[in-house]
Write a protein that binds this ligand. Structure first.
Ligand code: GDP
Ligand code: GDP
Length: 453
């Protein structure tokens, strides 16, 4: 509880408007005192020394928006985490793991005046396993003598050490050039952010995918060549709906009838998977006039696995009567409880009923998918929640939640730092409450837990 209080009432560290751009993330890792925060301040171009020499001074931010030679990225100061989780032993290897989880590029900072310590080596082990570019930063190279010593760091196998002095500023420009060169065009989010948003229309054979596609396309099909900067992709189709252009992926696959031969299911499911890969949001089409089938549920599972936003559309609404409607409600309650957060549209591809409701549902789902909750709000929310509903005692021990941060969007991924294991039921409870408070309609939420004893 003490920890939670510490963590409450902190600043906003997110910039939602930028987040839509899905900027790449650069994490600064290293053991305490190597100068991570000083370096972060240097990169952000702060003149004043924000870093305090007094240990335990709370730094108030973790995520910063940074820019170098026209390249925007998020800069993550893991030094800031050390302060937030003070009071418990902070394990640097975990810090590195989390940073890797978040980052597209990692800056590994060492103190050139000290050389490589066992803690540095611990970190190094974790970083070597990461499939991310790692830049070795030799800090505190204030003079020529230290520079000579820093040359020995070549031995670490991380390539050329980037020699800097965070306090004096030397070498930071060259370092940033190297960071920018290592940056991917976008963050590791699902998809490029420019151009129309991408929709996968999925569902088992005969639910009406191609009928719906034809209905939606109607007069609204956009001639691809008219759109500047798009390459012609024969399997996708651009359709203007509600005043916006949308890309429906793998429409060729929908229009091509699957042969009713052995293996058809397998190919249908492969195709669904690849359509999901390329989409941001999935419309799962179900047949309102038929019972929800295991095949429908499998397709919904595939969407959940893919991490895409989800809209459920019940088609052939023109065929059903009052009785079937009630029955369907009961089926939904029984079989689709785990996706109760997905917007539902009841439509008919044949008559066109409510097909105009699809776009608002897609927009809601995508907005949720893009959402970032500021760390301060997240921790305030968890503080209240945990105070009222602590994790159940197990064997005389109580797991406590220490701190949480939203590591990613698309879909939202929340990482909770806890003092012990969090039971599945308790995680579900947290997710339910998160949804009550923050919405997330139409988007899955990933919750990761990091344990630190
Ligand atoms: P962190 O714990 O890794 O975030 O380290 P800090 O940024 O808090 O720095 C730890 C200490 O090292 C502070 O006293 C800084 O002033 C000092 N420091 C940071 N960078 C340099 C540098 O380039 N040269 C020297 N001489 N000291 C530095
Ligand atoms: P797909 O295999 O998912 O692409 O399904 P199709 O679009 O080929 O549709 C399968 C059958 O369902 C066809 O005979 C369609 O005419 C019919 N169908 C599709 N949508 C509707 C609808 O909204 N109402 C009714 N009554 N029939 C529909």
């Amino acid at each position: 509880e003490e920890d939670l209080q510490l963590l409450q009432g902190e600043e906003d560290d997110a910039l939602p408007a930028r987040e839509r751009k899905n900027l790449p993330v650069v994490a600064v890792v290293g053991r305490p005192n190597v100068g991570k925060s000083t370096l972060v301040n240097r990169i952000l171009g702060r003149r004043e020394a924000v870093v305090e020499d007094t240990p335990g001074v709370t730094r108030d931010r973790v995520f910063y928006e940074a820019e170098w030679t026209g390249h925007d990225f998020w800069l993550v100061d893991t030094g800031g985490w050390e302060d937030r989780v003070q009071g418990i032993a902070y394990r640097v290897a975990e810090q590195a793991e989390i940073a890797i989880d978040l980052a597209d590029v990692v800056m590994f900072v060492v103190d050139a005046t000290v050389g490589i310590t066992t803690t540095d080596e611990q970190l190094l082990k974790v970083l070597r396993k990461a499939k991310r570019p790692v830049l070795l930063v030799a800090n505190k190279v204030d003079d020529a003598r230290t520079e000579m010593e820093a040359a020995a760091l070549w031995n670490l196998g991380l390539g050329q050490p980037h020699v800097v002095s965070a306090t004096h500023g030397r070498g930071s420009g060259d370092l940033l050039d190297a960071v920018v060169a290592a940056l991917p065009a976008e963050g590791r989010g699902a998809a490029p952010d420019s151009g129309p948003r991408r929709v996968a229309l999925v569902g088992r054979p005969n639910v009406g995918k191609s009928s719906l596609l034809n209905k939606l396309a109607g007069e609204n099909r956009v001639v691809v060549d008219d759109l500047a900067g798009t390459t012609r992709d024969p399997v996708d189709e651009k359709i203007e709906l509600g005043g916006e252009v949308w890309t429906f992926v793998d429409t060729a696959g929908i229009r091509r009838r699957i042969l009713q031969t052995q293996g058809a299911d397998f190919y249908a499911s492969l195709r669904t998977r690849s359509a999901l890969d390329r989409a941001e949001v999935a419309v799962v089409l179900l047949e309102a006039s038929e019972p929800i089938s295991t095949q429908d549920l499998k397709i919904i599972d595939m969407v959940l696995e893919s991490g895409r936003a989800l809209v459920l559309a019940f088609n052939k609404w023109d065929l059903i009567d009052e009785e079937r409607r009630h029955q369907l409600e009961r089926e939904i309650e029984k079989d689709l409880g785990h996706v109760a957060w997905a917007p539902r549209v009841n439509l008919s591809a044949r008559t066109g009923r409510h097909t105009d409701k699809l776009v608002p549902a897609l927009k809601i789902a995508l907005e949720s998918w893009d959402t970032r909750i500021p760390t301060s709000r997240l921790n305030a929310f968890l503080g209240t929640l945990v105070a009222a509903h602590p994790h159940p005692l197990r064997g005389g021990k109580q797991s406590r939640i220490l701190f949480a941060t939203q590591a990613r969007t698309r879909p939202p991924r929340i990482v909770i730092f806890a003092s012990g294991f969090l039971e599945h039921g308790y995680r579900r409870f947290i997710e339910r409450r998160l949804r009550e408070d923050f919405g997330f309609e139409g988007s899955p939420i990933e919750i990761g837990v990091r344990i630190r004893e």
